[in-house]
Design a protein around this ligand. Structure first.
Ligand code: SF4
Length: 305
């Protein structure tokens, strides 16, 4: 089927089923053609919470669909493939969280949204890479536990005076495997480029940044900058969108491995099949969802203030 026919069939199905499509910034670019909302996980969480749609198709990974279901329990949430997992989220489960907490009793737990519902449910508050510093600050605690991303946790600590961030040893392989050597090599090749780095990278890498921020913050900073060239140190989807939206500027992806395979699983055919057959519905046990919802809403309220 030609792309334009597929897009029109998807749009008809969306109308018929009162459905919306949420697309993460790391998705294949073609998904933006039919997405109602595209952006980072905080933005998409908010859209999931306030939509009037009956069906949400999440073009992202499993924990994102779970988060949408937690925030909109009465809606049908679909993920086009149950293989779309997240290596970072898989690094901690409920038992591992309990074990970590037992070593540091009475310290609040901040949970990056890139985690399973059951991990969120036993955390005090969630955060995204966009609001992690503000979330930790809002707790007014001299110590916090931070799961699962040790790199984001240590970045948060570097941004706050007098707060010890005790991190769980998880990480995103896509960001964690980017090295200081990668940055130095690209900087030699492109000395006039701004270096824009996601805080899921190691602290040795973020120390070399001109700008550190979430995907949305990086895109905004690029658009507002007078520079004409940027080295983008995060997942390839950000570069794809910048090349589409800022054609007067030049973008270099840090290396060819900065590609999240789970985020590239979906094409327009998958969204169509998902809508047509209601595949695959994501559900969260209501007892877990209630506790996870509290931690997510607490985060959303911090950001709204
Ligand atoms: S880029 Fe990393 S954190 Fe994001 S979905 Fe992929 S594995 Fe998970």
């Amino acid at each position: 089927m030609e792309q334009k026919d597929l897009i029109s069939k998807i749009n008809n199905l969306k109308k018929e089923k009162n459905a919306i499509v949420l697309a993460h910034t790391y998705q294949n670019l073609e998904i933006d053609e039919i997405a109602d909302f595209s952006g980072d996980s905080l933005y998409l969480s908010r859209q999931a919470a306030k939509t009037d749609a009956d069906v949400i198709v999440f073009a992202g990974v499993y924990f994102m669909a779970e988060t949408a279901k937690i925030l909109s329990p009465q809606k049908k949430v679909l993920l086009p493939s149950l293989s779309a997992g997240c290596d970072m989220a898989d690094k901690i489960n409920l038992l591992q969280l309990r074990d970590f907490k037992s070593k540091y009793p009475d310290i609040p737990v901040v949970c990056y949204v890139n985690s399973a519902a059951e991990v969120k449910s036993e955390s005090d508050i969630c955060c995204t890479s966009a609001n992690a510093v503000n979330v930790v600050k809002s707790l007014n605690s001299p110590k916090v536990l931070f799961v699962p991303d040790k790199n984001l946790g240590s970045y948060v600590e570097s941004q706050l005076d007098g707060v010890e961030v005790i991190t769980y040893p998880g990480y995103c392989p896509i960001h964690h495997n980017i090295t200081v050597g990668d940055i130095k090599r690209q900087k030699i090749l492109h000395p006039d480029a701004g270096i824009m780095i996601h805080p899921e990278c190691t602290k040795e890498v973020t120390a070399l940044a001109d700008f550190v921020g979430s995907t949305t913050a990086i895109i905004k900073a690029v658009k507002e900058s007078s520079l004409k060239k940027f080295i983008i140190v995060t997942e390839k989807g950000v570069v794809d969108r910048l090349r589409r939206d800022c054609q007067d500027k030049e973008f270099v992806l840090i290396n060819d491995n900065a590609v999240c395979k789970s985020m590239k699983l979906f094409h327009l055919e998958d969204i169509y099949r998902s809508l047509l057959n209601n595949e695959y519905e994501v559900n969260v046990d209501e007892t877990i969802a209630q506790k996870a919802r509290f931690a997510i809403n607490r985060m959303i309220n911090v950001n709204a203030n």
